[in-house]
Design a protein around this ligand. Structure first.
Ligand SMILES: Nc1nc2c(ncn2[C@@H]2O[C@H](COP(=O)(O)OP(=O)(O)OP(=O)(O)O)[C@@H](O)[C@H]2O)c(=O)[nH]1
Ligand SMILES: [Mg+2]
Length: 373
């Protein structure tokens, strides 16, 4: 699947490098002209939510999505559904092999439906989900063995949009289906290029760049490192019990913290402020009540606090915030004189939370421009 560029158009892989070169040329020119534009970079590892935040910016402060752009997302959403059901089906078959309890034994008809849907999803050409497919998918999804497999989602590289799309698959299969803004925020497309959007807020002009976060994408980031006002570093709070898509032996939170450290140390960012978006707070709130933080190797010293759910959640969140703060301080010589860092817990899917967060970002950046002069 290709990436989405600033105008929301798919970009073929082979066009990437030429576009990168062109973008670098353009940026060099524009940097000279755009002295009054705040340049912000969205950085972070894969699936941390950068593109979702980018989409929220387009929705809140830019032109949003026209009907044609919304429609362009239908194949992406259908592909997300095929991918999710295939991962669940194959994951369930694997679990069944090692299981004697019968928990992972699908109903016989769903074994056949699963095979059929996985084959359709593997096809080279786009096969829209029609009423027939949606019926089969809904049956597979409701199978108790598939639901049991879903509870092991952290081991399966399942996209976070799985439940949202699979539990309402009949809606996506209607012939007159047009994706909603909420659908688009949930849709998962791995970014493979660079995208940008310009917007004005409170008298300031911002230019925000979105990049791909998986390892093989990160070499492209360097093109953007000059003249950056602030880095929005995204880290998914919920990834502490998951391993990387591109390296199944590496914990995602460990990777994110190492990445944060290396970005902080980059000489281009000596005077660049950092806005750390601790994202997927909605998933984290539920997860942390059943999966202890100390399953993650960098959180081994975490001791859960006693008390009600809210207390447990806020205690765990504060612990992670402290970890990021420590990394920032450890890698910032002359603390408070050259750059600043703010931490926010975010849910990129929620427009209200994002609007509130962007207001704070705006205020902090303006204040820091004055105080760091
Ligand atoms: N529940 C939940 N899902 C989120 C949140 N933020 C992002 N997602 C979902 O997580 C998936 C990945 O998000 P992306 O925005 O594509 O991640 P990315 O950082 O751009 O990933 P790369 O392009 O690979 O670097 C999408 O399906 C999003 O809808 C969040 O706060 N909560
Ligand atoms: Mg992305």
């Amino acid at each position: 699947m290709g990436s989405l560029c600033s105008k929301g158009q798919p970009v073929a892989q082979e066009e990437d490098e030429e576009r990168e070169r062109e973008l670098t040329r353009q940026l060099k020119q524009e940097d000279r002209i755009e002295k009054n534009v705040y340049k912000l970079l969205l950085l972070g590892s894969g699936e941390s939510g950068k593109s979702t935040i980018f989409k929220q910016i387009k929705l809140l402060y830019n032109t949003g999505f026209g009907v044609e752009e919304l429609k362009n997302y239908t194949p992406v959403i259908h592909a997300n559904v095929y991918q999710a059901i295939k991962i669940l089906y194959e994951g369930c078959l694997d679990l069944q092999k090692k299981d004697v309890s019968g928990e992972y034994t699908m109903r016989r008809e769903n074994m056949e439906h699963g095979k059929r849907i996985a084959e359709i999803g593997d096809g080279v050409d786009y096969h829209p989900i029609g009423l027939l497919e949606s019926d089969l998918i809904a049956q597979i999804w409701s199978d108790p063995a598939i639901q049991a497999t879903y509870r092991k989602a952290n081991e399966l590289q399942l996209p976070d949009c799985t439940e949202y799309f699979l539990s309402g698959v009949d809606r996506l299969a209607k012939p007159d289906y047009i994706p909603t803004e909420e659908d688009i925020l949930h849709a998962r497309v791995r970014t493979t290029g660079i995208a940008d959007v310009v917007f004005k807020h409170d008298g300031h002009t911002y230019r925000v760049f979105d990049v791909g976060g998986q390892r093989n994408e990160r070499r492209k980031w360097l093109h953007l490192f000059d003249g950056v006002k602030a880095v929005i570093f995204c880290a998914a709070l919920s990834e502490y019990d998951q391993n990387l898509f591109e390296d199944e032996g590496k914990n995602r939170m460990v990777e994110t913290m190492e990445l944060f450290e290396s970005v902080l140390r980059h000489p281009s960012f000596e005077k660049t402020s950092f806005l750390v978006f601790l994202n997927k707070y909605d998933i984290f709130r539920k997860k942390v009540l059943s999966v202890p933080l100390n399953v993650c190797e960098v959180f081994r010293d975490y001791n859960e606090v006693q008390g009600d759910q809210e207390r447990k959640i806020s205690h765990a969140l504060q612990y992670i915030k402290n970890k990021f703060d420590e990394i920032y301080k450890r890698n910032t010589p002359g603390l408070g004189t050259q750059r600043l860092c703010w931490l926010f817990e975010t849910t990129a899917l929620d427009p209200r939370i994002m609007k509130y967060t962007f207001e704070l970002v705006d205020k902090n950046l303006v204040v820091s421009s004055i105080s760091l002069l």
